[in-house]
Design a protein around this ligand. Structure first.
Ligand SMILES: Cc1cc2nc3c(=O)[nH]c(=O)nc-3n(C[C@H](O)[C@H](O)[C@H](O)COP(=O)(O)OP(=O)(O)OC[C@H]3O[C@@H](n4cnc5c(N)ncnc54)[C@H](O)[C@@H]3O)c2cc1C
Length: 415
């Protein structure tokens, strides 16, 4: 799509399979980003939401590789949508450990769990059901192949026909087609991520392994070996059975240096706790992460969630995608009120919101914590600077959605 000048490609015939399917808004992708946009539209612009369509290539409940850690911010956004996330099967991690070589600091949130862990098939299916019950039209099993913008709207070509809308929201994740169509040459910051699900117990007892099944662990030991990330180990459940979810995240910030194979530090950590990585299926998926230069819109098309970028430090993207839904819904509502769809102000709206502030802060922190890769610095940071780390986490990483909410209340009155 030639998005910048708003013309479709010359000589192209996009209408071959055109059906009369015209909408105000088409949302491409039914993960937390797309569904949050739809749910917020239902809340602040019900008229608009009845003329919206969400296209999802899979059928719910569909698999999505993800550790499923929901932070307090995800829960706050869901509560404000009047959704009770307790309806989704989950386990709690009472506290979170940030370790370096198995020693570090503990973060606990007073009077509540530190992390709620869900499985994405169940969580996304629940969100989709809520949006459907509130009136959203969702077409499942429809893969978007291309989008073509013209001065009056956007043509969405899919394997199930061509749809047309006034505007499109790209919510199709890190590998999505929307961003590739509108920004074919944009640079991409992508993290490598591997994940494994195991039973609760390995070859060692919990005591031998000095390992607490109610804690979520992040161990930053791989950093001195140029893996700019961490190994994680969360409690989880699969079909009601208590399990653990392990993984390794590498931002690729140190990609120019010599690195071991990504699964090596994960295998070492698992072995230390009595698990053999080779006994389990390893799955991988990239995460596109946020950088301030990432573009977020062109006329008639705006992006949410991983299509813009997840948190660079941890790859935490569920609360971020839910937060994008708030900004996108407001932008859509105002654009339809004005009858003007340049989305020129969308990036500024996001960047000045609590969501943008946490993303910028996390981007800066990632560029401090990961390139300063010396072992002594990592030991100092995770073992000795606890008050500083807790303070930074509390102010810049967690609790941002409360500020998003205050702005939201004002905007709701305004609308
Ligand atoms: C291994 C791993 C572990 C993670 N762990 C966590 C975690 O613990 N906590 C956390 O907060 N984040 C985690 N993340 C990040 C999180 O999964 C993402 O940031 C989040 O899913 C982003 O939501 P989204 O809605 O933007 O995109 P997605 O959840 O990727 O949703 C995109 C949707 O679009 C659909 N789609 C894609 N292409 C098309 C198309 N062409 N046509 C129609 N539909 C399409 C997809 O099927 C999908 O349903 C993890 C990621 C990985 C890879």
């Amino acid at each position: 799509m030639n998005a910048k000048d708003g013309n479709s490609r010359p000589g192209r015939e996009p209408t071959r399979n055109l059906q009369k399917m015209e909408y105000d808004v088409i949302i491409i992708g039914g993960g937390p980003g797309g569904l949050s946009t739809a749910l917020h539209l239902q809340q602040i612009a019900p008229q608009l939401s009845t003329r919206s369509l969400l296209l999802e290539k899979e059928h719910y409940p569909r698999f999505k590789l993800c550790a499923g850690g929901l932070t307090i911010d995800a829960e706050i956004i869901l509560e404000r949508l009047k959704l009770d996330v307790n309806e989704v099967p989950h386990v709690f991690a009472d506290d979170i450990r940030f370790d370096f070589e198995s020693k570090g600091l503990n973060i606990r949130i007073p009077k509540r769990h530190a992390l709620r862990v869900i499985r994405r098939a169940e969580f996304d299916n629940w969100l989709a059901e809520k949006a459907k019950t509130r009136g959203l039209e969702i077409r499942e099993g429809v893969t978007v192949r291309n989008i073509i913008q013209d001065k009056d709207g956007v043509m969405v070509e899919t394997d199930g026909g061509t749809f047309r809308a006034q505007v499109v929201v790209g919510a199709d994740g890190s590998n999505g087609v929307t961003r590739r169509c509108i920004f074919p040459r944009a640079s991409v910051h992508t993290a490598r991520v591997l994940e494994i699900i195991t039973p609760l117990k390995g070859g060692l007892t919990a005591v031998e392994a000095s390992h607490n099944n109610n804690q979520a662990y992040f161990d930053f030991s791989p950093i001195p070996d140029n893996i700019a990330g961490y190994v994680w180990d969360f409690p989880t459940q699969v079909n009601g059975e208590a399990m653990r979810c392990w993984g390794i995240y590498d931002t690729n910030i140190l990609a120019n240096e010599k690195r071991p194979q990504l699964k090596e530090p994960l295998a070492e950590e698992m072995q230390r706790l009595g698990f053999n990585l080779d006994d389990y299926e390893v799955k991988g998926h990239p995460i596109r992460w946020f950088s301030p230069e990432n573009q977020m819109s062109v006329p008639r098309v705006l992006l949410v969630g991983d299509t813009v970028g997840a948190d660079p430090i941890f790859g935490e993207g569920i609360s971020i995608a839910l937060g994008f839904g708030v900004s996108a819904a407001r932008e859509l509502k105002e654009s339809f009120q004005r009858g003007e769809f340049s989305f020129r102000r969308y990036k500024r709206r996001v960047m000045w919101s609590a969501l943008g502030q946490t993303l910028i802060a996390r981007w800066i922190i990632a560029y401090i914590v990961y390139p300063l890769k010396w072992r002594w610095f990592q030991i100092l940071l995770w073992r000795w600077l606890k008050p500083l780390v807790v303070c930074v986490a509390w102010v810049f990483v967690l609790n941002w959605s409360r500020r998003l909410g205050r702005a939201g209340a004002k905007n709701l009155q305004f609308f």
